[in-house]
Ligand binder design. Sequence first.
Ligand code: NAP
Length: 323
Amino acid sequence: MAKPSVFITRSIPEPGIVLLQDAGLLVHSNPQPRTLQPQELRKEVARHDAVICHMTDRIDDALLAAAAPRCRIFATCSVGYDHIDVAAAARRGIVIANTPDVLTESTADLAWTLMLAAARRAGEGERVVRAGQWRGWGMMDFLGTDVHGKTLGIVGAGRIGTAVARRATGFNMRIFYHARSDKQAMQAIGAQRVPLSTLLEQSDFVSLHVPLTEETRNLIDERAIAHMKRDAILINTARGAVVDQDALIRALAEGRIFAAGLDVYPSEPSIPTELLSLENVVLLPHIGSATVATRTEMAKMAARNVIAVLNGNEPPNPVRATA
Ligand code: NAP
């Protein structure tokens, strides 16, 4: 009998591939260092029993239709699954699985990288040094804002939001969170649940950790930004479309908030020139989970999800369609 085969849409760390091979699966990978076009991807998924994909692949009903009936699972190397039509997959009997938990701490570290860099104008300072324009120490130069002792507002108090908040206790910060229900882990570190408008009005740092859903798309729009303090800093490591990018650009350009730190954008990898030209924003290329250890764990987790389903079992990390 032919061995079942797995298609990997773009390269993953080797330990994930080794797990698949040790489980007796044939592994085929996209050899190109780029995301496949929808028509290329459609051709590939039809020929395999399982797919390991990424948040850059659009797994819509048309793609799932091409994958069925042979393909039994799409295992995404991400915790977010806004790129997948989970309901369509369920209708077609295709399992969806993701990689929660293993990327929580690395992504929380990155949110803090952005908070500290935006508060202390690190990007701006580095650009000046690299351009050979630094004229030496100046009492009045590069004045930023403190992080310690300030108020942090967490929007989306799940795994990553809570990990970001936990770090804030070491900076002696007051912590607010916005959620649809009380979160015990947040309460345990003294964080207080408040309505979004209160959080925006009273926080010095607002850090976004909600998944992208119809409810959270453009959650931080012109109106929400208008609630923020003039010296507040907005951090987004969730998904780009949670923020109205044009409204944020206007607010930053007009000095209506102090700064922003972004890891994610609505139309990656495209970033408007207006945003690129602003000094008061730190821009990173979607690297929340990008450490060797974390990406390796994500690859192994995706592999385990595939192996379980091809062996006729439930995957360790299924994503279920919500009604
Ligand atoms: P999680 O544990 O599911 O946490 C998300 C939280 O958001 C949940 O606690 C949920 O709580 C809350 N939430 C959902 N809808 C909400 C709404 N409308 N209003 C307020 N709260 C809402 O997910 P996670 O593991 O922390 O990951 C969060 C997101 O981070 C992912 O979905 C992904 O998009 C993003 N991410 C980005 C990177 C990166 O590289 N930058 C890396 C990893 C993850 P309730 O359901 O109880 O309301």
